[in-house]
Design a protein around this ligand. Structure first.
Ligand SMILES: Nc1ncnc2c1ncn2[C@@H]1O[C@H](COP(=O)(O)OP(=O)(O)OP(=O)(O)O)[C@@H](O)[C@H]1O
Length: 429
């Protein structure tokens, strides 16, 4: 028997409503007594703010952590990862080892990034060391490609910095920007750039409990990638977000590759490829072990980004959160973490999209609810594996803290994790 749950939501999305209805839940307003709230990130923050005066009871559950921005704001993410690396270094952890050029060997998954205006001088130093590089500037608190541009000359940054300080442009002064090394050699498929969207569910930060969704997908640019650097102003070439690409040229699919099965190719819709198609394509073109290694590296970067923020996150027991990780793979098959979204879009652009997102929400709800189906903060958040759906356990520090048979990533404890086995086959395919 399933419990009839009073839910509320800020989002009128069919993938959400259909899931709640299927479970026999009924909708109430946020002012009524609710058990389960699928809220916008902002609503969640307001609910938890001291001013709201709202106190959650033990049977309420909400889909964001109040301080999720530590992971999902571009500037804070960078700050936290830098701090995490420094702390590991101070502890003498092998995880923080560097090569002869000073690069982190195991924790180099974020393109070099600086905050602007705060780190302007550091950026200039770095630019002078590597003058022939391209950088991407993004407003720290925005999304959907708004305000993003590319630069490859110091003069452009100087001009931008003068302009933003100018009183003629008051809107820009307020924004913190991040400037990141632009990945100039992305892996191209059919000549097009793409990024990988992976979903990661966190049910607790302390102890850390996280799951990775098997059904990620690639999002392709609509136009061919230009390697000459001539097209620096054409965002349709460089940004893979759907919001940008929707307004681009008509979507043409990447060319079918002899190794990618025809039916997989035919399932490409809306400029997207399921991650399993990418896997088959890469196994065919680059070999199985390189492909396994790539996916293992992706798991690795997710685990360490979560570990980086876990100590400072408000790990409230009422909360869970599903993040959208955006990853770019370069032509050496190295994955780069681009950003983490706290409210991955529940809008579906195609039938496949709808199926995927409906199932995603279904699987999230199965994992976060205790066996009797009623939210309860006293539950230990250890669901039985038959509740995982298409999720796979990424790490559970509570269950696996002292066991040695679990996955290598869960053993990479701060201050001395094993790193030698990081490239064994991933558990999710
Ligand atoms: N360092 C980088 N190297 C190469 N491409 C990048 C880099 N950073 C961002 N991009 C491209 O720009 C796009 C937008 O970047 P990002 O996701 O950080 O911005 P956003 O405005 O928050 O987008 P959204 O909210 O839609 O995810 C990415 O999808 C990616 O294609």
């Amino acid at each position: 028997m399933t419990a009839r749950i009073a839910y509320c939501t800020d989002m009128e999305k069919s993938v959400l409503a259909n899931n709640f209805e299927k479970r026999g839940w009924f909708q109430v307003s946020p002012d009524d007594e609710w058990y389960f709230y699928w809220a916008g990130a902002q609503t969640c923050r307001s609910l938890f703010s001291v001013d709201s005066g709202y106190r959650m009871n033990d049977n309420q559950m909400i889909n964001h952590f109040p301080t999720h921005y530590e992971l999902t704001r571009k500037d804070l993410l960078v700050k936290n990862i830098k701090r995490y690396r420094r702390e590991l270094e101070r502890e003498g952890s092998t995880l923080a080892a560097r090569d002869a050029t000073g690069r982190y060997i195991h924790l180099d998954f974020l393109p070099t990034t600086f905050m602007l205006p705060a780190d302007y001088n550091l950026f200039v130093e770095e630019f002078r060391r590597n003058p022939n590089t391209t950088w991407i500037l993004k407003p720290a608190g925005r999304s959907q490609g708004v305000g993003i541009f590319l630069v490859n000359k110091l003069a452009q940054i100087k001009k931008w910095s003068r302009d933003t300080k100018s009183s003629f442009n008051p809107t820009l002064v307020k924004d913190t920007y991040v400037i990141s090394r632009y990945i100039e050699n992305p892996l191209l498929i059919g000549g097009k750039k793409f990024d990988l969207r992976m979903y990661v569910l966190v049910t607790s930060y302390r102890p850390l409990k996280a799951y990775m969704y098997k059904q990620g997908f690639c999002r392709f640019c609509t136009v061919r990638y230009d390697t000459s650097g001539q097209e620096l102003d054409n965002m349709f070439v460089h940004l893979t977000n759907v919001s940008i690409q929707k307004h681009g040229a008509s979507i043409s699919h990447p060319s079918p590759h002899p190794y990618s099965p025809q039916e997989e190719y035919n399932s490409v819709h809306g400029g997207k490829w399921p991650v399993r198609t990418l896997r088959l394509y890469l196994e065919g073109t680059r070999g199985k072990s390189r492909t396994d290694r790539l996916f293992s590296d992706i798991t690795w970067l997710v685990v360490h980004s979560l570990r980086a923020v876990a100590p400072i996150m408000a790990s409230d027991r009422h909360c869970f959160e599903c993040y959208g990780y955006d990853i770019i793979i370069d032509d050496q098959l190295k994955p780069w973490m681009i950003e983490v979204n706290a409210s991955p879009s529940m809008t579906s652009t195609t039938a496949n999209d709808r199926i995927l997102k409906y199932k995603l929400v279904d699987d999230i709800i199965s994992i976060v609810l205790p066996p009797d189906g009623v939210p309860n903060v006293h539950w230990n958040k250890i669901p039985s594996p038959d509740k995982f759906g298409d999720f796979e356990l990424l790490l559970d520090e509570e269950v696996y803290q002292n066991s040695d048979h679990h996955h290598q990533h869960t053993s990479g404890h701060r201050g001395g994790g094993k790193t030698s086995d990081r490239h064994s086959a991933p558990r999710w395919k």
